[in-house]
Design a binder for this molecule. Structure first.
Ligand code: HEC
Ligand code: HEC
Length: 412
């Protein structure tokens, strides 16, 4: 009897085990089938983007996106205004299309890239840039190099955009720039959203990025800001030197003596006498254009440039500058005129401006660092110091950013 019981128990055990194995097998096969189906659907939909293909050819390949998200940057670059909008390859790619699309202007004549040209560090050589229907900008176009790597989160010369996201749809709604102002009978931003909704490559792109075709202002801002933040330039002579030393203080091994002298002048604050005349130290540029990002000090007030490109009166609100990287191109030519007025054609002019600061009537927003002891600063530079400072600022220029395909016009 005891033997029979053991036998029964064993068969029972075998049955349950076999049942378990069978169930697992069935579950696995079903799962496998689901996985195969999903992969198939995914491949099918990512392979066919006929409208994107027709508009951009090989310039945009949604199955093989260019690298915006995982670019390397030096460890000493720590400032970052990304916030929650972390760069992804898909959104930055859509941002690239939007950036270069003339459809974003009322008469299909102007894109962001018309005023922010890659070959000029995403600025413009014209003092005032041309917008729609004979419109011109009120200030000079800004370089968009390393906009991401800054303590200041606000954008525009006068910092009127609280974030880069908010900045990106302002030019579209600017009456003189891209024209969707809703003023004087002009269409508004809502009209642009419907317009883009009718463009087949946007149907495909928005679906690809967001899972549905809806074009919204928030989505445009997200993508345009990612594209702008992706514009990196870290292959300069400065970077090649900076990586070899612990901080900006010591001489860079790859610099000429003149460049190292210029670096000291840039970094070191000036020493003034009782009437604001420099008697020692450097030029103090670093106090407002802070290395190694060379971004603007968020507390900076204006630097004494208070003109307007056109029209009467003064403009004392320009307290921001783009990074001082890539002020010049690789051949030493300025990427465009300088300051919000674009009235200083050269870097030498800009340095000259800081040489003698005038306290103008009505300028109650002049940065106090430029008025030691209540006097407009006089830096008393000699020619050698000016040449050294220029030589140093020239080292802040990169190469790749001017030609890299990922920031180029995909409509060409
Ligand atoms: C008609 C010329 C023009 C067009 C088109 C244009 N911009 Fe600008 N951009 C400018 C000018 C001029 C400024 C400075 C304006 C100011 O500060 O008042 C500027 C400033 C900026 C800034 C601020 C940079 C900084 O460091 O603060 C960003 C970012 C920018 N533009 C991105 C764009 C994007 C994105 C588009 C397209 C949606 C665009 N721009 C279209 C001329 C233009
Ligand atoms: C007190 C702060 C401050 C100091 C110090 C300072 N700058 Fe500036 N800088 C600014 C501001 C603000 C602007 C934007 C001014 C404008 O366009 O109205 C600017 C603009 C510039 C520009 C033009 C940037 C562009 O994109 O057009 C250059 C070049 C420049 N500064 C170089 C220097 C140099 C070189 C020094 C040292 C001799 C220096 N700065 C010292 C605040 C400062």
């Amino acid at each position: 009897m005891a033997d029979g019981l053991v036998f029964l128990k064993i068969t029972n055990y075998l049955y349950t085990t076999m049942a378990k194995i069978l169930t697992t097998f069935v579950v696995l096969v079903t799962l496998q089938l689901i996985v195969v189906r999903c992969t198939k659907t995914a491949t099918n939909s990512t392979n066919s983007y006929p409208a994107v293909r027709a508009a951009f050819g090989d310039n945009i390949d949604l199955n093989n996106l260019l690298n915006y998200a995982n670019q390397t940057r030096p460890a000493y670059i720590t400032k970052d205004n990304t916030g929650g909008n972390v760069i992804t390859n898909s959104k930055a790619t859509l941002g690239r299309v939007l950036f270069y699309d003339k459809n974003l202007s009322i008469d299909n004549s102007i894109s962001c890239g018309s005023c922010h040209k890659q070959e000029f560090a995403f600025s413009d050589t014209a003092i005032a840039s041309k917008g729609v229907s004979g419109g011109v900008t009120a200030r000079h176009s800004m370089r968009l190099i390393n906009s991401r790597f800054a303590t200041e989160r606000k954008f525009f010369w006068d910092e009127r955009a609280a974030t880069l996201e908010q900045q990106t749809t302002k030019p579209i709604q600017d009456h003189a720039e891209m024209g969707f102002s809703g003023q004087n009978g002009r269409p508004a931003l809502s009209n642009l959203l419907s317009k883009l909704q009718g463009v087949t490559y946007y149907n495909e792109l928005f679906k690809f990025v967001y899972g549905d075709m809806n074009v919204t202002e928030a989505r445009m801002q997200e993508c345009l800001a990612q594209f702008v933040r992706s514009i990196h330039s870290f292959d300069s002579k400065y970077d090649a030197g900076r990586i070899q030393v612990p901080n900006d203080g010591p001489p860079f091994p790859n610099f000429t003596q003149q460049e190292n002298t210029g670096k000291q002048i840039f970094i070191t604050p000036p020493v003034f006498n009782a009437t604001g005349v420099r008697v020692g130290g450097g030029a103090g540029c670093n106090g407002c254009h802070n290395a190694p990002e060379f971004d603007i000090d968020p507390n900076s007030k204006n630097n004494g440039i208070i003109g307007r490109i056109a029209g009467a009166g003064i403009d004392i609100t320009a307290t921001r500058a783009p990074s001082l990287r890539d002020v010049m191109n690789r051949t030493g030519i300025e990427n465009g005129p300088l300051m919000h007025t674009g009235n200083l054609a050269t870097l030498q002019n800009a340095i000259g401006h800081y040489g003698t600061i005038t306290i103008a009537v009505g300028n109650n927003n002049l940065d106090p660092r430029l008025t030691p002891n209540g006097f407009g600063q006089q830096l008393n530079f000699n020619a050698q110091e000016i040449n050294s400072l220029m030589a140093f600022i020239k080292t802040l220029t990169g190469t790749n950013v001017y030609t890299d395909k990922k920031w180029s016009n995909p409509f060409k």
